[in-house]
Write a protein that binds this ligand. Structure first.
Ligand code: AMP
Length: 113
């Protein structure tokens, strides 16, 4: 499978890793949309969140705990942050390996574009 994020998981292409364990990897987005823009991805490949099933509930909760940990470790938790998941064309998804954008370091606008 020719998935760029699976290649990052396997270390086949470089990334600026922030956090890694057996379940997830977090790394800096290559085209940051905020002063802090980190992607948190499951190591297991899912093309979109539509592929997630009952057994994956724990994984999704875990990703939020990792986001909290990163926010606290990097000390932007009190100012705040945004977590975004894009799905398919209208959602603006461009990489088809589930990923959570963790954005911080500036005031976010609402509604998003
Ligand atoms: P999305 O539009 O939600 O699919 O987001 C995909 C994100 O992946 C974009 O913000 C890209 O800038 C980012 N991205 C694509 N390739 C890489 C890469 N090799 N390393 C880090 N981030 C990447």
């Amino acid at each position: 499978m020719n998935c760029i994020f699976c290649k990052i998981v396997k270390g086949e292409i470089p990334s600026s890793k922030i956090y890694e364990d057996d379940i997830v990897v977090a790394f800096n987005d290559i085209a940051p949309q905020a002063p802090i823009h980190i992607l948190i991805i499951p190591k297991k490949h899912y093309s979109t969140i539509l592929e997630l099933e009952e057994d994956d509930k724990e994984l999704i909760g875990y990703i939020f705990l990792v986001a909290n940990k990163i926010a606290k470790d990097l000390d932007f938790h009190e100012r705040g942050f945004r977590i975004v998941v894009n799905c398919n064309r209208d959602g603006g998804q461009t990489v088809f390996h589930v990923h959570f954008h963790l954005l911080a370091g500036r005031a976010m606008r609402w509604p998003p574009g």
